[in-house]
Design a protein around this ligand. Structure first.
Ligand code: PRP
Length: 207
């Protein structure tokens, strides 16, 4: 019987290159995706690839626009969608950290009054709730490291991979909030209807 084509949402940005390299090494014809970067839908072999903003991947999968997705665990945790997370991939590893200006002494005592700049308000609230702190959150879309430099926030919660952005902006890591990696996420209905195809796709990437 012919295999059904599955729709795979892949996060653009830093994960995309690593996912494409992995797929290419596993024999998928990913060349067209590299060339036509403004296109968002690509049919390769038995897969329809959808190129999405990382934060949107869990939503595409939850709502069934994609059968499965490849995205960082940071975006999955922040979105809080009703999806399966059956596999971790050995790519996209980085850390989510709390960071502030190098010369600042950040008080993390119960009841401390803090303003935090972040793209991850839900994760940030959860992290501080465990410390009995309810910070004011300034939601930012990017270049989060700028916030402490201009007095917009006392500290930030953001991901760091090489540590370069933190270093170049005179910041220091105060605490690790979460370890982050790339995960496969699966729509709950697709798990039943195209589970075999999804398992074949992920096992070809993990072998
Ligand atoms: C991410 C993150 C940091 C930076 C950290 O930003 O938000 O700003 O990478 O990486 P590093 O530790 O390797 O320096 P991204 O490049 O995704 O862009 P953004 O600032 O627009 O979110």
């Amino acid at each position: 019987m012919e295999k059904k084509r599955i729709k795979v949402a892949i996060a653009k940005g830093r994960i995309l290159g690593e996912v494409l390299r992995l797929m290419k090494n596993c024999g998928y014809a990913t060349k067209t995706i590299r060339k036509n970067t403004r296109e968002l839908v690509f049919d390769i072999d038995n897969i329809r690839v959808l190129i999405c903003k990382p934060a949107d991947v869990p939503k595409y999968v939850e709502l069934g626009a994609a059968d499965c997705g490849l995205v960082g665990s940071d975006c999955i945790a922040e979105a809080g969608c009703d999806i399966y997370e059956p596999h971790e991939l050995p790519i996209g590893k980085c850390k989510m950290v709390l960071a502030c200006l190098k010369n600042k002494k950040l008080k993390l005592l119960a009841g401390s009054i803090l303003t935090i700049g972040t793209k991850y308000p839900n994760i940030t609230k959860e992290y501080f709730a465990k410390k009995k702190i309810s910070p004011e959150i300034v939601y930012l879309n990017g270049s989060v490291e700028l916030a402490p430099l201009v007095g917009l926030a006392d500290a930030i919660v953001d991901i760091t991979e090489t540590g370069e952005t933190i270093k170049k902006n005179n910041l220091k890591v105060v605490d690790v909030v979460k370890e982050v990696c790339c995960k496969l996420v699966v729509n709950k209905t697709s798990q039943k209807t195209v589970g075999k195809e999804i398992r074949f796709f992920i096992s070809s990437l993990l072998k």
